[in-house]
Design a protein around this ligand. Sequence first.
Ligand code: B1M
Length: 222
Amino acid sequence: MSDILNKLAQCIEYGKISKDCPYPPNMKDQNGADELTKLALENGISPDEILEKSLIPAMANVGNKFSRMEIYVPQMLMSAKAMSSSMIHIKPYFISGETKRKGTFIIGTVTGDLHDIGKNLVSMMIEGGGWEVIDLGVDVGEVKFLEALNKNQNAVIGLSALLTTTMENMKNIVLAIKEKYPNSKILVGGAPVTNEYCKKIGADFYSPDPQGAVNYLKKLVS
Ligand code: B1M
């Protein structure tokens, strides 16, 4: 079992998407993240375990190597693609069989920011928690958030930012939303975001991870 998870983590770290993908050359003809995720699930490894023991630590290694300038953007991108090919198989497991949705959650990565892996994880977990999720994608500004909120006025909003530059854009989005919908609830997250920053920009809650986001929403409706 742990062998599959270790191999999967290597695929994410080195950007091996699937068996037929020629990159990286030293892993040619080996199973990739696509096949290994299917294998892990077939072997009864839970989606949570796959995420926590393989995908998330592997991406953390990628980030650290990028910080140390041991890898560059194209390699980081291949890792992100490998992670996405794994997440395709995990996602259905997070979507529970609950019939009645607990509410609507609108999420997006803020203006100027194209990182979506963390946002997708949060979105998956919240969907799995029984919420209807409207995912606006990446590079989303206040206009799109307001449009979505206008159509779903009781929805909770989630903003994700991964760059110290783009987290500044959260402030404008929060301001615009709170001006039009003062009672709305806004959850913020993403690597550079902190609780202190959340308070400073007038958002309602900060979560460092998807589970914290799920717990916050649970509290809101209990
Ligand atoms: Co980018 N990148 N990147 N990148 N990238 C980071 C974020 C960086 C920290 C790398 C580094 O320098 N060590 C750095 C930011 C530095 C900074 O601002 N302080 C960086 C940079 C500089 C850049 C570019 C500017 C590089 C360049 O072009 N020179 C560029 C910017 C593009 C843009 O957005 N305009 C860029 C591009 C890219 C890729 C496209 C190549 C790719 C993104 C692909 C994609 O997302 N589809 C990429 C990647 C993969 C990364 C790293 C390696 C991994 C990010 C990731 O997916 N992590 C990242 C380094 C790192 O994080 N260590 C890095 C895994 C993910 C599960 O974690 O997203 O943090 P994360 O989400 C977590 C929590 O933060 C939280 O839950 C998740 C699960 O625990 N969370 C929330 C996230 N959103 C939340 C919302 C919530 C609650 C919790 O409520 C709503």
